[in-house]
Structures are given as structure tokens and as C-alpha cells.
Design a protein. Structure first.
Length: 235
């Protein structure tokens, strides 16, 4: 299996130039599926902190780069929407957030905000022992004690003990961001959820400061007002 990824065929969310070199780094196994961007791409192409995979490996070997509170030693580790990347030695902290058009971008945040991350609930199921488990958008799982969470809701998970510190229901009036599609990166309030009576997706109408747009509900994620990208303003 090839270790390289053609730039022209990378997902639209990847923050890479497609018409420079032929190849870029291929993401390794891990969260976010095919949408995950290799960590080295962010370190090299977005932040400019390294010039090569070799330099990235060295930096990671020093446990100087944290993703969601954990040191990472794989430069190809997939990074995706709402992940937290921390450089404690530099006192720099970033949240992966959709830019205009849905392209992934790094939004600078403060140290306190880097202690937790946002997750969209993709599923909920009973597991052995009677516990209930939530599966988040990146494939990670969270055990819950109270059964008041639903698919398409969002939660904030503490990076240290994995506890849920906030819950944002998916409903009319909720603040959301579009993460894919023609309206990717836009932020607004849900004013209508049109339930489709077939196997098709429900349609969501979102009101923004510049007007309204419609998209399928799979493309929106409920967020808190503190997740709109202003550095230093997060909780």
C-alpha cells in the first residue's frame, strides 16, 4: 500500500495546495476516517514549524505537542474537526475549526479552552454491563451515567478525565456551524428542521448575520457561542 497521497485527490477539507507538488503525506489509521489530516501537514504546511517528516518526528519525540491533551508520537496521526492541538512550551493552543468553504483551519484559543474539546454525538448504544456509550463524530466513545443525550447533540469532553462538562441539544434555536458543503464554515441559529418522510436527509434552515441558508442536518454541528473562533474568549 502506498505511503503517499496525491494532492489532487485529498478531501476538500484538507488545508493543502493541490497544484504544487504531486504528492503529500497520507494519513495513518486513527480518528476522523478519510477526513483526517496528517498532523505533519498542519505542522509543516499550515504552521511552518517543521520542514520535513524527520523534523516532525523529532518534535513529537520530545512530547512537546499534545492532541486533545495527550502527547502524540506519530506524525501521520489524523487530525480533524474540533481537535485541540497544544504546544505547551510555546504557550500556543489551537482548535481545528471549519474555515469558509469547510476547509479545516487552526483557530488560536487560550490555555483554559485547550482543556476540553467539542464532540458531535453520532450514536448511542447499550454496552455489556448495562452502561450507555456515546460515539462521537471522530469515532471516540464516552460512557454516560444519565441518559439525556441524543444523536446530533453536541457535548464538551474534558481532555483529562473524559467527563462531560457541557451539553448542547440539537434543536431549533441552537447555534450551529456548517462543517461541509457549500456553506461550510458559516455560523448561525437553526430556525427550522424539516423532517423528510423518506430515507433522505432532514433539511435544516440556518439564520446567519448575512441571511439564511439550507443544508442537510449531517453537515451542521451544534456549538456554544464561545466556539466561534475568537482567541481568548472561550470558556
Amino acid at each position: 500500500m502506498t505511503k503517499h497521497q496525491k494532492r489532487l485527490s485529498v478531501p476538500k477539507s484538507w488545508p493543502v495546495e493541490r497544484k504544487t507538488d504531486v504528492f503529500t503525506v497520507k494519513a495513518g489509521a486513527g480518528p476522523h476516517g478519510e477526513e483526517g489530516v496528517p498532523l505533519v501537514v498542519l505542522l509543516r504546511d499550515v504552521l511552518g514549524y517543521v520542514d520535513s517528516k524527520k523534523e516532525a518526528r523529532y518534535a513529537l519525540s520530545q512530547d512537546s505537542i499534545l492532541v486533545n491533551g495527550e502527547p502524540i508520537n506519530d506524525e501521520q496521526r489524523p487530525i480533524g474537526i474540533f481537535d485541540i492541538i497544544a504546544f505547551p512550551g510555546r504557550e500556543e493552543y489551537y482548535r481545528v475549526f471549519p474555515d469558509e468553504g469547510g476547509r479545516l483551519a487552526l483557530t488560536e484559543i487560550d490555555a483554559g479552552s485547550a482543556d476540553s474539546r467539542l464532540g458531535k454525538i453520532d450514536g448511542k448504544q447499550q454496552i455489556s454491563g448495562g452502561d450507555t456509550q456515546l460515539t462521537l463524530h471522530d469515532g471516540t466513545n464516552v460512557l454516560i451515567d444519565e441518559d439525556d443525550y441524543n444523536a446530533k447533540d453536541s457535548i464538551v469532553v474534558d481532555n483529562d478525565d473524559k467527563s462531560i462538562v457541557a451539553h448542547f441539544p440539537y434543536e431549533e434555536g441552537a447555534l450551529v456551524t456548517a462543517i461541509r458543503g457549500n456553506h461550510g464554515g458559516k455560523i448561525g441559529e437553526i430556525v427550522d428542521i424539516e423532517v423528510t418522510q423518506s430515507s433522505g436527509s432532514n433539511i435544516v434552515t440556518v439564520e446567519t448575520d448575512d441571511g439564511a441558508f439550507e443544508t442537510v442536518e449531517e453537515y451542521v454541528v451544534v456549538i456554544d457561542e464561545n466556539f466561534t473562533g475568537d482567541a481568548g474568549d472561550d470558556e
